[in-house]
Design a protein around this ligand. Structure first.
Ligand code: PGA
Length: 245
């Protein structure tokens, strides 16, 4: 399965930096064995889409509202993202689940809105440290998958253990293999053959130094990269760590 290396820029970059970063990524994007995606803050998406036009780099949002339009001050609708050049959207990131109290039901509604707008959703799931320490990680992730994904889902899933995000702590290859195997099983049980075709990304402190081993784990089909996506060279080094095949 062809890997997807996705950069989640979170709430970083002013306009000029964002354009320089996107151009840097685009300049190294030819001939890679994986697909590349950058997800800048909303306000930069149109500019970044123009900056990477003609390159293999896709552009995505970091969230969207569940409604197509309406009286929702400060929110952004999925058709708006599509209109300014996004083709993907990250949904249910743990920072949204925690900081904005997003529930699985909200993530499900947003996922449906994204699909309707022609965007590929990247639905994030992952357990907290306390949940893992008490042996509940598969129960938590299984519950998130069941309640956040619509029937017939054909997007991308990102497994991001909350304790590994931005901490420099990475899940071990064995833990990643176990969780990705579990997610695959759950997707196939729910979606049948379609569940086999879904790319499952790993996220949480992915760096050039650990990318090759993480990206080679069974059922890992890419990475959702935060901190290391803010330097074009690091992001591209992660992409180059993906081996063809
Ligand atoms: P990190 O973030 O790579 O900085 O850990 C990953 C993410 O939150 O998507």
């Amino acid at each position: 399965m062809r890997h997807l290396i996705a950069g989640n820029w979170k709430m970083h970059t002013l306009g000029a930096e964002a354009v320089a970063l996107a151009r840097g990524v685009a300049s190294g994007a030819q001939g890679l064995a994986c697909d590349l995606l950058v997800c800048p803050p909303f306000v930069h998406i149109a500019q970044i889409a123009a900056a990477v036009a003609g390159s293999p780099v896709a552009v995505g949002g970091q969230d969207c509202h569940a409604a197509d339009q309406g009286a929702h001050t400060g929110d952004v609708a999925a058709p708006m993202l599509r209109d300014v050049g996004a083709s993907f959207v990250i949904l249910g990131h743990s920072e949204r689940r925690q900081n904005h109290a997003e529930t699985d039901a909200m993530v499900l509604a947003k996922t449906q809105a994204a699909i309707k707008a022609g965007l590929t959703p990247i639905v994030c799931v992952g357990e907290t440290e306390a949940e893992r320490e008490t042996g509940r990680e598969t129960q938590v992730v299984g519950g998130q998958l069941d309640a956040s994904l619509p029937d017939g889902f054909a997007g991308v899933v990102a497994y991001e253990p909350v304790w590994a995000i931005g901490t420099g702590k990475t899940a071990t290859e064995a833990d990643v293999a176990a969780m990705h195997g579990f997610i695959r099983q759950r997707l196939v049980a729910r979606l049948g053959a379609g569940g086999r075709a879904i790319r499952i990304l790993y996220g949480g402190s992915v760096r050039p130094a650990n990318a090759a081993s993480l990206m080679a784990v069974a059922d890992v089909a890419g990475a959702l990269v935060g901190g290391a996506s803010l330097k074009a060279e690091d992001f591209l080094a992660i992409a180059r760590a993906v081996k063809a095949g």
